[in-house]
Design a protein around this ligand. Sequence first.
Ligand SMILES: [Fe+2]
Length: 260
Amino acid sequence: MLRAVQITDTHLYADPGRQYYDVNTDETLKRVLARIAAEEGNADLVLLTGDLVHDESEQGYARLRGYLEKLDLPVYCLPGNHDDGGLMRRVMSGGRLSCEGWVCRNGWQIILLDSTVPGEVGGRVGEAELRRLDACLRARPGLHALVCLHHPPQPSGCAWLDEGLILDNPDELFAVVEAHANARAMLWGHIHQAFDREYRGLRLMGSPSTMLQFKPGAAEFAIDDADPGYRWLHLHEDGRVESGIVRVGEAAAPAYNMGP
Ligand SMILES: [Fe+2]
């Protein structure tokens, strides 16, 4: 079995004291990481699915890297619309961190796609990424596959997101995925809320942010009072996917040991 933890939409700033609405994004991330350190110690790897830094700052990535290194797990990153992809790849690579977009372990391959479009909030999986995905799935028919990206290829249920701010070409993405019998699941960020659905034999999952949550089903932008969280995934050797969300409220927060 491959045990993975998904952390998404961390939205750190250059200034660790800055807030998104009334949320200090460093504080909520550290709270989530403390819970992961306490409860997911047997995880094989961590997946970061975009919007790692809110203001494209090197300081934000550097602090994120420091926080993640305390987990002492392999970390695989892909960019979201708020990220500077080049800066992310430079700071979040090396040691136990990777932005290479692919990992293979325990009978599974995980393909991490870049769905960002420069200057746009919405996303698109471009030709090169579609070809890379197709090649990965074709090259290893004996491995189950999990496909990760930032933007949802299905409506979130929030009209303000679904009208132009999600993935622009879901049909092209699904056409590649469905051409191969080994793809089992897709996983994304961006929506700051939980999503879990079966669709044409695939398990589709979206996840809460480590900071502020968007209100499910809202027609216009609205903040939800749900706690920050993360997703765990157990990817079994027979292709089964078990997964769930863990929310981390303020009261239950152990301190995140940042070391000396
Ligand atoms: Fe986000």
